[in-house]
Design a protein around this ligand. Structure first.
Ligand code: SF4
Length: 653
């Protein structure tokens, strides 16, 4: 069969390390090897070649199109599959890669025929044999055989027994010959990537790799490894094992073989601090055999965070590992995860710690709790994006709402730290000495794209300009005390403005325009509804109540800070409209039965009480969407708590 294997283009708006680490599509090269003896195969690397997939389909006329996917490119992959099917519905579309293992459901659409949860010579051969016999895309009525690891549309994407994981056989690097001049690893252009093992026994809590590959290292035979190294044309090889320096004996064995066979290559690898410190002799010998740089995931500068990540090292050991690598003249490329609970002081202390570590380069990414990780449950209430908003989950994007500063401020600190650590004189001199001016310019171009992206995200987070205001919404069960709190704050805090809602109900003798509402006619109200003027509105006993968006927008742009009480649904609407320019506070008593008792005493009938209880239950379910829960058992203390939150938020703006 004629098979086209596609790596999708880069997602422009995503923050990735693509500008710095641009590696070959090794998964597709492996599949190429699996298929080449039986089929005609070609790889289209759309990251390297800007081509419309339809033009390629017209030129190559494939019967099967296989598309690989990472974590963030699901919509792009589906879009490509859509184009393939629109061009010719008989072309079979197969999707594979990291994301189909983690989230196969994301691809269950009628433009995808098969989703590979894992790919081996065996399951792929079986599928292609079936397709060849059928000679067309399977129809919904066709009985496609159930094959391990493959979910097929004509079987309603039913799951098969999951017996395996991606197989590693020698990738055919000739298949990407025309693209290879693009592939680089940081300053090392051109470079190849290869694996010598799968799995990782360090089982860090935030890591997907060991969950995909297994929690023990499974080594490929040394002959197999040497054969692959010899087959690589590029002088630099990035070894993509999760923790290559894990096994000292094996590194020594590799060195012996490199020496025996007079193989001279430059190597880069990932390693954990623990492995570096445990295998110093082996690392030294490997350095003599071409090891140039080590990518170390230090992750953080706080021991308590290292412990919660289940990293097996301390910040003191991080410093020791760094010192050792430097003593044997190895470059250290450090990576860190920025915790969402950091405040400005933490960022400052972090920059100081980096100075001590003095790595050659640093990559920083905010902690990302991917949906398949236990961290996801932990931070579910603070996620800024839905898990299906795939493109947002890119490296570098803030996913968890920071607890000690605004998102805008958090991006600012990230950007500042990035600039501070990566553009110091020391780093620039290193780049020029090591890779030359041209590479420096290429990487600076990449960095500037990253910085522009961060600035855009800061702007998008809503409150970058000085003078922009903030809204504090108090919500919760009625009778929990939010009005008392607001009245107190309004009387005593003239820096917060209260904006009355509008209503169509008749004005009462003791009331005036703007106190406690703006009174408008029903006609005007409906016109405003038609013009989408309201953040939220509702009808109560035949009268309409609403909050007008433009008033808030104007006040915010004038730098006013606003306080408002509103029901739970209204509060969530405010969040929808103004995003992180709103802080949501939920006011509750410690014992809900007090509220019920109050209703009974008030003489409410059983039906009303039942309605109120249902409402309370609904409101309780919405609590996770709120930024703060304030328990009001003592009104003075509750007021104090609210004022402290307001001060903190405004201080960190
Ligand atoms: S050492 Fe690296 S690959 Fe291994 S579990 Fe930890 S983060 Fe993952």
């Amino acid at each position: 069969m004629k098979v086209l294997l596609v790596r999708p283009p880069r997602i422009k708006q995503a923050i990735t390390l693509g500008e710095f680490m641009y590696s070959e599509p090794i998964g597709l090269e492996i599949i190429y090897s699996m298929l080449e003896s039986q089929h005609q195969v070609e790889i289209l690397d759309m990251m390297a070649e800007q081509v419309d997939i339809v033009d390629k389909l017209i030129e190559y006329k494939p019967q099967v199109v296989g598309i690989t996917t990472l974590c963030i490119d699901v919509p792009m992959v589906i879009e490509l599959a859509k184009k393939v099917k629109a061009h010719n519905p008989n072309i079979v579309t197969i999707i594979g890669g990291t994301q189909t293992f983690l989230n196969p459901q994301g691809f269950f659409t009628d433009v995808v025929d098969h989703v590979m949860e894992f790919t081996t010579s065996e399951n792929l051969t079986k599928l292609l044999q079936y397709l060849e016999k059928n000679n067309r895309a399977p129809d919904i009525n066709d009985k496609v055989p159930m094959i391990d690891g493959i979910r097929s549309r004509s079987n309603e994407f039913q799951s098969t027994r999951k017996l395996g994981r991606n197989e590693y056989i020698h990738p055919n690097r000739k298949s990407t010959r025309k693209y290879r001049h693009n592939y680089s690893y940081f300053g090392y252009k051109q470079s190849a990537i290869m694996a010598t093992a799968q799995g990782c026994s360090k089982v860090c809590r935030f890591c997907l790799r060991w969950r995909i590959e297994g929690h023990v290292e499974e080594y490929f035979p040394m002959d197999f490894v040497i054969e692959e190294i010899k087959d690589i044309d590029e002088s630099t090889i990035m070894i993509i094992d999760n923790d290559f320096l894990h096994n000292g004996k094996r590194i020594l064995e590799l060195c012996e073989r490199l020496e025996q066979e007079h193989i001279q290559k430059s190597f880069i690898c990932y390693a954990s601090v623990q492995s570096i410190l445990q295998n110093k002799e082996a690392v030294r010998r490997f350095q003599n055999n071409g090891l140039k740089a080590v990518l170390v995931g230090y992750e953080t500068f706080k021991n308590e965070e290292l412990a919660t990540y289940q990293k097996k090292s301390t910040m003191e050991e991080n410093l020791l590992a760094s010192k050792f690598l430097k003593s044997i003249k190895l470059d250290v490329w450090a990576s860190f995860m920025i915790h969402p609970n950091w405040d400005s002081k933490d960022f400052k202390a972090f920059r100081k710690y980096i100075k001590q570590l003095s790595p050659e380069t640093i990559s920083l990414s905010p902690l990302t709790p991917f949906p398949n990780l236990p961290l996801y449950q932990e931070y579910q209430d603070r996620l800024l994006y839905d898990k299906d908003d795939f493109e947002k989950w890119s490296f570098g994007q803030v996913i968890i709402k920071p607890s000690k500063m605004s998102i805008n401020r958090y991006y600012y600190e990230l950007l500042k730290t990035n600039i501070y650590v990566n553009t110091s004189i020391r780093n620039v001199v290193y780049m020029i000495r090591k890779f030359g001016l041209l590479t420096l310019f290429r990487l600076l171009k990449g960095s500037s794209k990253l910085f522009v992206r961060y600035v855009k995200l800061m702007l998008a987070s809503g409150d970058i300009q000085k003078g922009k205001g903030h809204i504090f919404i108090l919500s919760g069960y009625s009778g929990a005390g939010k009005n008392t709190i607001i009245n107190h704050i309004n009387k005593n805090n003239c820096s917060l403005e209260y904006i009355p809602s509008v209503t169509t109900r008749a004005i009462r003798p003791e009331e005036s325009q703007g106190n406690p509402y703006y009174f408008i006619s029903e006609k005007e109200f409906h016109e405003r509804v038609a013009n989408n003027s309201f953040i939220e509105y509702e009808e109560i006993h035949g009268n309409y109540y609403g909050t007008i968006k433009s008033i808030y927008e104007q006040k915010l742009s004038n730098g006013c800070n606003i306080i408002k009480d509103i029901d739970v649904n209204g509060a969530l609407k405010f969040r929808q409209v103004f995003g992180q320019q709103v802080t949501l506070l939920f006011i509750q008593p410690s014992d809900i039965s007090v509220l019920i008792e109050r209703l009974k005493k008030r003489g409410d009938n059983a039906k009303d009480i039942k309605t109120r209880m249902n409402r309370i239950e609904y409101e309780s379910q919405q609590k996770p969407h709120f930024d703060y829960i304030i328990t009001n058992d003592n009104i003075d203390e509750a007021i104090e708590k609210v004022l402290t939150i307001i001060d903190n938020v405004l201080d960190n703006k």
